[in-house]
Design a protein around this ligand. Structure first.
Ligand SMILES: Cc1cc2nc3c(=O)[nH]c(=O)nc-3n(C[C@H](O)[C@H](O)[C@H](O)COP(=O)(O)O)c2cc1C
Length: 242
């Protein structure tokens, strides 16, 4: 090994040995579904959004828009969506399709595993439609979080801008985690765009993509519920020497 290569190796070894705060934030974030009602200041949310806006976006288009809800307006939104969920859920449909109708096997297996772990952790039997519906309903009260975000995108934009939006949403969640807050991204809100639009004065060209609950987790740290496939399942390395 040449001297420069040895130096690079030494730096790499030192880096691996040191705890990395970004890795820590990435791996400790989880979809939180039980929040304390302790308020989160507007200033904190502003700070989160101010750093989240540094998400990259193709041609720097920055396609995101966020409605930040707390207090009375959040309560009105929750009440309206809960009522729709109870009485008219079949009359509502999202403007975009999140899941493929025919999930290829590997993804189908992961979704089944998600169902087993998720409902198992809540003590809800998978065949218990009422129990699952009660769990879905909790989405609409933002799982008790003091702040709820509704994220929209201009419908005239293409799938590339949706990639950008996903990075922005992740940045919001990581910036929240960096401040001791947890979050849950929620596509369940997209279904009720017809109710959200007049309540939040969402312009016609904006499509509701998801919600994000933000607050202090009721349980600060927990064992990871949802596993991830290891890298050999999704990464192909080429040209590396062993
Ligand atoms: C775009 C998006 C939408 C999601 N929508 C919901 C939702 O509506 N309700 C919910 O409880 N979880 C929702 N989740 C959370 C996922 O179920 C969760 O991220 C996944 O099970 C992995 O768990 P983890 O984030 O705790 O690691 C959503 C996640 C993403 C990325």
């Amino acid at each position: 090994m040449s001297a420069p290569e040895a130096a690079v190796m030494a730096i790499e070894e030192a880096r691996v040995a040191a705890p990395n705060p970004i890795d820590e934030t990435l791996t400790s974030r989880f979809a939180c579904r039980a929040f304390c009602d302790a308020p989160v200041a507007r200033q904190t949310i502003e700070e989160i959004l101010r750093v989240a806006r540094y998400a990259p976006s193709g041609a720097n288009i920055q396609p995101w828009h966020v409605y930040v809800l707390t207090g009375e307006i959040k309560r009105s939104v929750s009440a309206a969506l809960l009522e729709a969920h109870e009485t008219a859920r079949d009359d509502h449909v999202s403007e975009y399709k999140y899941y493929a109708s025919d999930l290829p096997d590997r993804y189908l297996r992961r979704r089944q595993e998600f169902g087993r772990l998720f409902y198992g952790s809540l003590g809800i039997h998978q065949a218990d439609a009422e129990g699952r519906s009660r769990q879905t309903a909790k989405n609409y009260s933002f799982f008790g979080a003091p702040v709820g975000l509704i994220v929209t995108i201009d419908r005239r934009l293409e799938v590339g801008s949706w990639l950008d939006l996903g990075m922005f949403v992740q940045n919001v969640m990581l910036a929240a985690a960096g401040r001791g807050l947890q979050s849950c991204p929620q596509e369940t809100f997209a279904k009720y765009h017809r109710i959200l639009r007049p309540l939040l004065s969402i312009p016609a060209e904006q499509m509701v993509v998801c919600g994000i609950s933000v607050g202090k987790a009721r349980v600060q740290s927990q064992d990871r519920l949802m596993p991830r496939a290891d890298i050999d399942e999704f990464a192909t390395f080429l040209g590396f020497e062993d």
